[in-house]
Write a protein that binds this ligand. Structure first.
Ligand SMILES: NC(=O)c1ccc[n+]([C@@H]2O[C@H](COP(=O)([O-])OP(=O)(O)OC[C@H]3O[C@@H](n4cnc5c(N)ncnc54)[C@H](O)[C@@H]3O)[C@@H](O)[C@H]2O)c1
Length: 360
């Protein structure tokens, strides 16, 4: 198969979807890999590194889109990429269609095979290709929250950790999955008082067992959300319903009741966000203020730590990419139910059950 890798074009996106070592493995399996010049620079890899591992390095992205049978990316294609997608071409990336109906419409029109990393799901329900980026985003959410709590960033002027004689900050985490538990681990490690809210009691039991004493777990219901949100210095949105738009758990009215200068980091923004006042932002302009509350809603947080996240991403994605390259998408999906769940759009037809019915 001819496999294409292009430089990511989204704002401040430095990750790459294949490292030189993966190009070598694909070449050894009999495939041809076309790599756009500069694809790996943000993650610490030169064109020379890719060539040494067997890639054909090309200058123009359009030429790669034109020739490749499978395009391997990190983030969803932007409009100038979408127009290059060909009929029957496999495009594998994070699409997050549920939060982006215009993207879904545009990709359907191209009649390609769209496989979304975020819905590749094992039989036990876990999402192996979301996990590494969620680990990173969860950990980063606390760095970013701590930074935006500083006064020059329009925050409350609170040190997350406190100091002897001064109380630490209160961090509230909505959703105790991968993002939420990593955020809680970081925030509690810094000394903050942390509460995690989730609807899954089994998960809360597990978190209660493994988290340190400065973390409490609470059932996610309207009353607990109200009480916790109003007393939070840092609120982290980490809720997910796989493949679906994130439910809105915090209304605009509740945001208005938060402390002035409190910070919201809505990590779940890539699936629509779980706070009514959240809207997507970029690394270039990551924050804005509503009712005195600082909002940070960057949709590609791990893109800022690309040296770490390209390795973490490809550790997880590459085994699936190799299977699809070796077998073709249809046989790979037939033989591996996780890959089947990754199929979102097949030749214009929406096939994932959690995507809006109206779009099928
Ligand atoms: N912004 C970014 O750069 C970035 C990066 C990685 C992940 N994400 C996003 O972060 C979100 C969380 O991902 P994850 O990997 O932690 O998912 P996960 O499935 O591991 O965890 C989600 C948790 O939300 C809980 N939940 C569902 N409904 C809830 C409710 N009403 N109240 C409280 N909890 C509820 C679930 O029980 C689950 O424990 C996703 O939207 C994901 O796409 C964003």
């Amino acid at each position: 198969m001819i496999i294409g890798l292009v430089k990511e074009v989204l704002n401040h996106e430095y990750r790459t979807a294949l490292l030189p070592v993966h190009v070598e493995a694909l070449r050894d399996a009999g495939h041809t890999v076309l790599v756009q010049s500069g694809s790996g620079v943000g993650s610490g890899y030169t064109d020379h590194d890719y060539r040494e591992h067997g890639a054909h390095v090309m200058i123009k992205a359009a030429d790669i889109w034109h020739r490749a049978q499978m395009m391997v990316k990190v983030k969803q294609p932007v409009s100038r990429e979408i127009k290059n997608i060909r009929r029957d071409q496999i495009v594998i990336t994070y699409f997050h269609f549920a939060a982006n109906p215009p993207l879904m419409r545009a990709v359907r029109e191209r009649k390609c095979i769209a496989i979304a990393y975020e819905t590749i799901q094992l039989d036990n329900g876990s999402l192996p290709l979301l996990t590494p980026m969620s680990e990173i985003a969860g950990r980063m959410s606390v760095h970013e929250g701590a930074k935006f709590l500083e006064e020059p960033m329009k925050g409350r002027g609170i040190l997350l950790a406190g100091v002897p004689g001064v109380a630490p900050a209160k961090v509230v985490v909505l959703g105790g999955g991968v993002v939420g538990s990593n955020a809680a681990k970081m925030a509690s490690g810094l000394g903050a008082n942390v509460s995690i809210l989730d609807i899954n009691l089994e998960r809360l039991r597990y978190l209660d067992d493994v988290m340190p004493a400065n973390v409490i777990t609470l059932m996610s219901n309207a009353e607990n959300i109200r009480n916790e949100v109003c007393s939070a210095d840092l609120l982290i949105g980490a809720v997910l319903i796989p493949g679906a738009r994130t439910p809105c758990l915090v209304s605009r009215k509740l945001v208005a009741q938060m402390k002035k200068g409190a910070v919201i980091v809505d990590v779940a923004i890539d699936q629509g966000g779980c706070i009514e006042t959240s809207r997507p932002t970029t690394h270039e302009k990551p924050s804005y203020i509503v009712d005195g509350v600082v909002h940070y809603c960057v949709t590609n947080m791990p893109g800022a730590v690309a040296h770490t996240s390209s390795k973490a991403l490809t550790n997880a994605t590459f085994p699936f990419i190799l299977q699809i390259a070796n077998k073709g998408w249809d046989r790979a999906a037939m033989e591996n139910s996780a890959i089947k769940r990754g199929l979102n759009i097949v030749r214009g037809k929406v096939v994932h059950p959690n995507l809006p019915k109206s779009s099928r």
